[in-house]
Design a protein around this ligand. Structure first.
Ligand code: PEP
Length: 246
């Protein structure tokens, strides 16, 4: 193996209620060496954490977003310190849906990642090109800008990356494993440019229409250190089968 941590992360987005969450967590088995992180909607983070803790299950709970400031007059936002206090281990940052619907840019992603780290949460930084950018052969250029923007003043060894091509998210049209491997190699080369010592240690996950049928192929690629799963993470059986191939 590569020695890198392997992750399977569930991004539930704005789905599931309390009962569905607890049932899912009851049925979900531990990862056996794979870091399993479930990211429910914000109000379900604490009950989810209490539940897995009570069951003594090695399942981590992650947030889907965090605010960049410590605290204060930010109505509707959640502080990193609070996420940490309730037991979150990770936080997804800069998901394409937040870049699209909440106008998050690379500078925001950088601030949020720094804030997460400051409070002891591991940032899972999402990057990826749109279909238009891909068609214009701008994938590498876009990713470089996103990575350098996100990592400004930061240490690469403290973060996790998720390559999520926007055209593959929720579309049923994943990247091919070979295509994803090539891009992950490129992402790692940009990380090497930033920090030649630590780039090899950074887990880079793939996300975008991963399911129980295609997960194995992604898992077989050297630079794919796990997956970030949306749709297929909502069914515990599918999610469990994805965990099993890493
Ligand atoms: C995501 O939103 O992070 C994602 C990968 O979604 P899906 O698996 O549904 O494409």
């Amino acid at each position: 193996g590569t020695g890198r941590k392997q992750y399977v992360i569930a991004n539930w987005k704005m789905n599931k209620n309390i009962q569905e969450t607890l049932e899912f967590l009851q049925q979900l088995k531990e990862g056996n060496g794979v870091e399993v992180v479930v990211c429910p909607p914000a109000p379900l983070l604490y009950p989810a954490k209490l539940y897995v803790q009570g069951q003594k299950k090695e399942i981590q709970i992650g947030a889907q977003n965090v605010h960049q400031e410590d605290k204060g007059a930010y109505t509707g936002e959640t502080a990193a310190s609070l996420l940490k206090e309730i037991g979150c281990s990770h936080c997804i940052i800069g998901h394409s849906e937040r870049r699209q619907y909440a106008q998050e840019d690379d500078a925001t992603v950088n601030q949020k990642a720094k804030q997460a780290l400051k409070r002891g949460l591991t940032p899972v930084i999402c990057i990826g090109e749109t279909l238009e950018q891909k068609q214009q052969d701008q994938t590498e250029k876009v990713l470089t800008k996103q990575i350098l923007g996100a990592m400004d003043g930061m240490d690469v060894s403290q973060v996790v990356f998720a390559y999520e091509p926007v055209w593959a998210i929720g579309t049923g049209e994943s990247a091919t494993a070979a295509e994803a491997q090539r891009i992950h190699g490129y992402i790692r080369s940009v990380l090497e440019y930033l920090d030649v010592q630590n780039a090899e240690k950074v887990s880079i996950l793939y996300g975008g229409s991963v399911n129980e049928n295609n997960a194995q192929e992604f898992a077989s690629m050297t630079d794919i250190d796990g997956v970030l799963v949306g749709g297929a993470s909502l069914q515990v059986d599918s999610f469990q089968k994805i965990i099993a191939v890493f």
